[in-house]
Design a protein around this ligand. Structure first.
Ligand code: FAD
Length: 349
């Protein structure tokens, strides 16, 4: 049973809705209990009932949403972005207002095949993007397991990566530009900047000036701490990525690296420009059998020498369960018998 919080007064919500209307909001607004109930869960164990859900129709709607929430600041309307809702930590749940990108803001805006660059709205689902890129022999390399649901906005906000990350890295490795809405409702295009340009922005008044001054102060004053604390990992990330936000050797400030993985806490993303890659012409799979888990783990350094895209370990429970539903022998070209002597290899092309 979900309890309505005391601060969940629908008067505040109706006033927010009215301001949105006055600002020319074109999207959908839902504040009925049914819609809120549906939006109260994600892929985590948590349940939080939001006050309302807004579905922006286009990028301009996002400025309207932030401006309307700002006008209600005395009543503390908070905004939480939501993509495919596949996060496992409750990060797209909120007792405030949910901004859902999946209904309308799911278009591929521009694809430049020669420049290997694509610009998308945040609600584009990864499989949808890769289907379109695939028609041109391209693909977006970070593949999360939830590719049929996860959105590019959610992938940026969690700096997602997946199978193949040891070779292809994370979402942030592919961001060329982010268009975001700041907390005052203004737009900002986030690009990697040579230090001189970042310093010029830092000298300005207004929110963009403050952001650059603070970012430069932190990465400079805390340089030693940042170097000491952040582990050298190609996949994991906890907190804001200060390690990659400033490249001292290249004298380059990259605020996209701070936004990637920031879980929507720093800005709401309106559009994303990504680098994409030519699809590999072929792939092959090697299956190795082991008697026990420990021997498999011990061989990982040896397996790593062949520089595989990914190494997956399936134990007898997973194999047994999947073999019941999808017997390996049914697949043409696949191994007839998953058995055989330990250490035996099966090559599937
Ligand atoms: C079974 C399972 C397997 C998974 N496998 C992987 C995996 O292989 N690799 C991996 O990295 N993750 C994995 N995840 C976690 C999750 O799928 C990813 O983090 C995914 O990228 C989230 O995308 P989403 O669109 O569902 O985002 P949501 O869950 O909707 O939101 C995630 C975060 O992004 C923020 N956000 C969304 N859109 C925007 C926006 N436009 N602007 C600002 N912030 C925004 C939200 O506020 C929230 O903080 C898995 C989850 C499950 C349940």
């Amino acid at each position: 049973m979900i309890k309505e919080s005391a601060s969940g007064s629908q008067e505040v919500v109706q006033s927010f809705r009215k301001v949105l209307g006055l600002l020319g909001f074109r999207g959908d607004f839902e504040a009925g209990l049914g819609a809120r109930f549906v939006a109260s869960t994600d892929n985590s164990i948590y349940e939080v009932l939001p006050r309302a859900i807004v579905y922006p129709r286009d990028a301009a709607d996002l400025n309207r949403i932030v401006r309307a929430a700002r006008r209600q600041s005395a009543t503390q309307i908070s905004l939480t972005a939501r993509g495919g809702n596949t996060g496992t930590n409750g990060q797209s749940l909120s007792s405030g207002v949910i901004v859902d990108f999946s209904r309308h803001m799911n278009k591929i805006i521009a694809l430049d095949v020669d420049a290997l660059r694509v610009t998308v709205e945040p609600g584009v689902v990864l499989d949808q993007l890769n289907r379109e890129l695939g028609r041109h022999g391209l693909f977006f390399p970070p593949i999360v397991s939830t590719a049929s649901r996860a959105t590019i906005g959610g992938m940026v906000a969690t700096d997602a990566s997946g199978k193949g990350s040891r070779k292809y890295g994370k979402t942030s490795d592919y961001i060329e530009a982010l268009n975001v809405v700041l907390s005052d409702g203004s737009d900002f295009e986030v690009l990697p900047l040579p230090l001189a340009e970042a310093e010029e922005l830092a000298s300005r008044t207004g929110m963009v000036g403050t952001i650059h001054r603070e970012a430069l102060r932190i990465v400079r004053e805390k340089a030693d701490k940042i170097a000491a604390i952040f582990p050298d990992m190609n996949r994991g990330l906890t907190g804001y990525n200060l390690q990659k936000a400033f490249d001292a050797t290249a004298d380059r400030l990259s605020l996209a690296h701070l936004l990637a993985g920031s879980e929507g806490t720093l800005a709401i993303t309106k559009s994303i420009t990504l680098r994409v890659m030519p699809k590999p012409r072929s792939k092959s799979l090697v299956v190795l059998r082991y008697d026990d888990f420990d021997s498999a783990l011990r061989d990982i350094p040896i397996v790593g020498r062949s520089d595989p895209l990914a190494v997956e370990i399936l134990d007898d429970k997973v194999l047994g369960g999947s073999n019941d539903r999808y017997p390996l022998g049914r697949y043409r070209g696949g191994p007839r018998d998953p058995g055989g002597a330990p250490g035996q290899r099966t090559h599937i092309r």
